[in-house]
Design a protein around this ligand. Structure first.
Ligand SMILES: NC(=O)c1ccc[n+]([C@@H]2O[C@H](COP(=O)([O-])OP(=O)(O)OC[C@H]3O[C@@H](n4cnc5c(N)ncnc54)[C@H](O)[C@@H]3O)[C@@H](O)[C@H]2O)c1
Length: 307
């Protein structure tokens, strides 16, 4: 019988469908136990992970029977996809299944930060009444620059356009827009930096995108934008981001992803309650609804693959 190993959390109902068809071992904490994982992986035909399990060369070499890897999410930076290709191991991301959750996060955090809600909240809970001392603004007619215009970038554009934003997009690997994105203007990075009130990142972490947003990028941002990163931590240089905020080059930021997760003390110690920022533990794509969609999708693809 086909054997499937699941090393991170999955929706229970979706799991039941898999249990009916295959021999499944599920331990949502197994990603932490690298020794056990390395020891048992050889027994499995399929592996299902989120972003914590490091499916690196070492693990893949030990998993000599692996044929299929399901990713309960989108980014594949924790999987050695080159080696998988070489060994004909099919890697299946849950593309699009959490795009709505991420898009809602981007629009809601943009609204919150442009209205300076974190700063108002901090003042009010301290007993201050900063009603006139802090200036807030509306999101409507502001310019959103999207870097990376794939599944999630496009969904963010759709949500943003419905909320009255103007949208610019940069994606060097796309050359045409279809009708749906007609109100989005393709731009280069300089235009994004110069014209955006909000900049949101939606691209994979690769050698090329690592550190893409750095000291130089912040110095080119003309409108003190809000920065939203839901893609991968290392794409934005975190120290340069905090420096840019402290130098008033940007007016706020929402970070859902970090260079090191969980967040390092070197970084959170630089954050103080007066800052116009939102920090969340890699949850923008994880909602009750998206967990069901993502899990159902990967279970369906696993069954299809082994059938
Ligand atoms: N925080 C979360 O919970 C969460 C959830 C889902 C996805 N993500 C992240 O979001 C990323 C995007 O997801 P997606 O589903 O839209 O992926 P996607 O593959 O559909 O789109 C990525 C886009 O980025 C573009 N791109 C690649 N290199 C680029 C560069 N140098 N500059 C600009 N654009 C570039 C690609 O051409 C592509 O169109 C994922 O890679 C993942 O890391 C995070």
């Amino acid at each position: 019988m086909i054997k499937i190993l699941i090393t991170e959390f999955i929706n229970q109902n979706s799991l039941n469908n898999l249990n009916n068809k295959f021999e499944v071992k599920y331990n949502e904490k197994l990603w932490e136990n690298i020794d056990e994982l390395n020891h048992i992986i050889v027994d499995y035909d399929g592996l299902i992970v989120r972003n914590k399990t490091q499916v690196n060369l070492n693990l893949l070499k030990k998993g000599s029977n692996l044929k299929f890897i399901g990713r309960l999410g989108v980014g594949l930076d924790n999987i050695d996809t080159k080696y998988c290709k070489l060994k004909n191991i099919h890697v299946q991301p849950a593309s699009g299944m959490n795009a709505d959750s991420v898009a809602e996060y981007v629009v809601s955090s943009s609204m919150s930060l442009i209205k300076k809600i974190p700063v108002f909240h901090n003042g009010t809970t301290k007993g201050e009444w900063p009603r006139t001392t802090i200036k807030s603004a509306e999101i409507k007619k502001k310019c959103l620059g999207i870097i990376g215009f794939g599944t999630i970038g496009k969904k963010v554009a759709e949500y943003a356009l419905k909320n009255g934003l103007k949208v610019l997009a940069y994606d060097p690997y796309l050359s045409v827009l279809n009708d749906k994105e007609i109100n989005t203007k393709f731009s280069n990075l300089n235009e994004i930096y110069e014209q955006s009130d909000i900049i949101s990142l939606h691209l994979p972490l690769t050698e090329e995108t690592k550190n893409l947003i750095n000291k130089l990028s912040f110095s080119q941002m003309k409108k003190k934008p809000i920065i939203i990163n839901t893609s991968r931590g290392s794409i934005v240089n975190e120290i340069d981001l905090i420096n840019a905020y402290n130098k008033n080059l940007i007016s706020g930021f929402a970070l859902d992803v970090f260079e090191t997760e969980p967040i390092k003390s070197e970084l959170y110690k630089k954050i103080n309650p007066e800052m116009n920022c939102i920090l969340t533990p890699h949850i923008s794509g994880v909602t009750t609804e998206s967990n069901i969609r993502v899990s159902d999708f990967i279970v369906k693809k696993t069954i299809e693959y082994f059938n």
